[in-house]
Design a binder for this molecule. Structure first.
Ligand code: COA
Length: 149
């Protein structure tokens, strides 16, 4: 999918995968002095998407995996610093929701950082419950959306 040279796709080359995980780590881990690399045991079974600029910069990354027959989970959504609130997170989420419909799953869940809750509400997710505190300070909320058929 290309719009003004902006593309949403799966990382392909080793270099793209490196940049994919690097952005994820820089946005979601580095500010809390976590040590890299930020790989998760379920990365291998997940569907990954990234938003790239016309110049090939990685602007946003995120992933989806199946948790049961009807449900998928979105995790590790991260938009580059200085590129947030420009619609890239929305492009990414729409692409992951499309992938979820193709799996197919009917419901999506995610653990939203408190600051990201309005973003997911904007996309039709409802807050289910307050869940865990990450790194002793980032409150998370379980959110859910039933995909339109
Ligand atoms: C949360 C995040 C993924 C959202 O992506 P984004 O590209 O910044 O968001 P978009 O520009 O697509 O936002 C679309 C709409 O969502 C809502 N929204 C997004 N971020 C918001 C915020 N911080 N506060 C209130 N509303 C917000 C707005 O309605 C926005 O539309 P508008 O900008 O025209 O008002 C991104 O900001 C990010 O990576 N944040 C840091 C890491 C993080 O928290 N990741 C999520 C972990 S659960």
């Amino acid at each position: 999918m290309a719009l003004n040279g902006i593309e949403v796709r799966t990382p392909l080359t080793e270099e793209e995968w490196t940049r994919y995980y690097d952005l994820r780590w820089r946005i979601l881990r580095q500010p809390w002095q976590q040590t890299g690399p930020d790989r998760d045991p379920t990365d291998d079974m997940a569907i990954h998407r990234m938003v790239c600029s016309a110049d090939g910069d990685v602007l946003a990354v995120g992933r989806l995996h199946r948790v049961d027959a009807d449900t998928g989970q979105i995790r590790f959504m991260a938009v580059a610093e200085g590129r947030q609130r420009q619609g890239h997170g929305s492009r990414l989420l729409v692409a992951l929701e499309q992938a979820a419909r193709e799996l197919p799953v009917r419901t999506l869940i995610l653990q939203a950082r408190e600051a990201a809750v309005p973003f997911y509400q904007h996309h039709g997710y409802r807050q289910v419950e307050k869940t865990f505190l990450l790194f002793g300070e980032i409150q998370h909320y379980l959110m859910q959306k039933d995909l339109p058929t």
